[in-house]
Design a protein around this ligand. Sequence first.
Ligand SMILES: Cc1cc2nc3c(=O)[nH]c(=O)nc-3n(C[C@H](O)[C@H](O)[C@H](O)COP(=O)(O)OP(=O)(O)OC[C@H]3O[C@@H](n4cnc5c(N)ncnc54)[C@H](O)[C@@H]3O)c2cc1C
Length: 428
Amino acid sequence: MKSPENFDVVVVGAGPAGSSAATALAQHGRRVLVLEREKFPRYHIGESLIPFTYHALERIGMIPRLRQSAFTRKYSVQFVSPSGRASQPFYFYNRYDRETVAQTWQVLRSDFDQMLVDNAREHGVEVREEVEVVELLRDGDRHVGVRARTRDGQEYTVHAPVTIDATGREAIAATHNAWRRRDPKLNKVAVWTYYEGALRDPGIDEGGTTVAFIPDKGWFWYIPQHNNRVSVGVVADGKYLARDGVKDPETIFHREVKENRWIEEHLAPGRCLGEYWLTAEYTFRSQYCATDGLLLVGDAFGFLDPVFSSGVMLALKSGVMAADTIHEALSAGDVSAARFSGYGAAMSSSMENMRKLVYAFYDPEVSFRTVADRHPSVADDLTDCLSGDVDKDFSRMFAAFAEITQIPEPLPFGMPKGFETKPAMATA
Ligand SMILES: Cc1cc2nc3c(=O)[nH]c(=O)nc-3n(C[C@H](O)[C@H](O)[C@H](O)COP(=O)(O)OP(=O)(O)OC[C@H]3O[C@@H](n4cnc5c(N)ncnc54)[C@H](O)[C@@H]3O)c2cc1C
């Protein structure tokens, strides 16, 4: 094995969380290495952005690239009942600045993640693809770098005072340390595929996301992408989707299409591209967000049911926040777990706000429209939270929801190891 290389920070994984953390650290003048197992561009799910991805994308210099991209512009979200009745689309510009936050994108993740990596490289980050991290190295309790393996089996070590785990749902640190904690209730299954030539609404509505309901609080996403493609998937309880012993993703998908007339009609003129994807075992959080010399970002820290398309926003936000925190810690010469309490508290609070709305969404007794009609003063809070402006105090809104549903207690996880007590957070 070669002698170890040295960097300020080593980042494991080049998804949105890893790339944004690496870029923001390079902006601070740090020497950063990203190790990514796959060869980019590579396929990934998570294609609909929400308005408040804007600030993190702007921070790392991505907005001009996105404006020049072919990605479909997204201005709105609408909801459709099983009978096919569509709500009035909610246009983000009714609340946010038209030139910035109010327009977002439906991306192809292979291209989007490639753009994030190119952007990181242009900021001075070294990114090595087809290199898998097989071990997080420790000196006692302190993380000191990684052991990596190339495609042709060569191994080498990289030393750095801080390691960032950005490995997505594989969550290398949480998995190896047995920190992975499943959410007690949010265990859905998703089945999805792609269509070409399916119906698109005209004009400004062309790029809107549609959430279309099926019985038992299941739902379809319908995400119009560029190149005349549509990403379409169904999410529901595994038991419901597999009823009558059906297990094959293709059969599950087409059976559910018949449960929503709007989806059926919109897919009718299109051609399915043929491949079907299925994923189970959904929401989880890592017991800890950090320990000495190690910080978890994006899905590696916590994954939330995708109904509100919050994943990429949380990944980018955590990446940038982690970078700022690590830069300060390195400047202070102290990268111990204690430095990461603020990060853990802020990200846990953001995830909890989204998680509470996800719980409410899946309660058959709850309609967001009814809550907003009954309590007009919380309608804007609801819009803000759903748009990803998750750092606010939403206690008034969750008090309104608590009249008709049980709002879950925050998961008692997410702080650095050894610093489990959260500073005061906004809770209902
Ligand atoms: C069904 C479904 C639908 C979704 N829809 C949406 C949506 O519409 N909008 C949205 O915002 N989000 C959505 N998400 C969530 C979104 O996919 C994730 O939140 C987002 O990709 C998280 O980014 P990340 O950078 O944390 O992880 P990832 O994007 O998963 O990136 C992790 C990277 O780490 C690499 N890696 C893993 N292990 C190693 C290792 N040992 N060594 C080196 N590299 C490694 C992987 O190859 C990968 O490139 C959806 C998720 C699911 C499951």
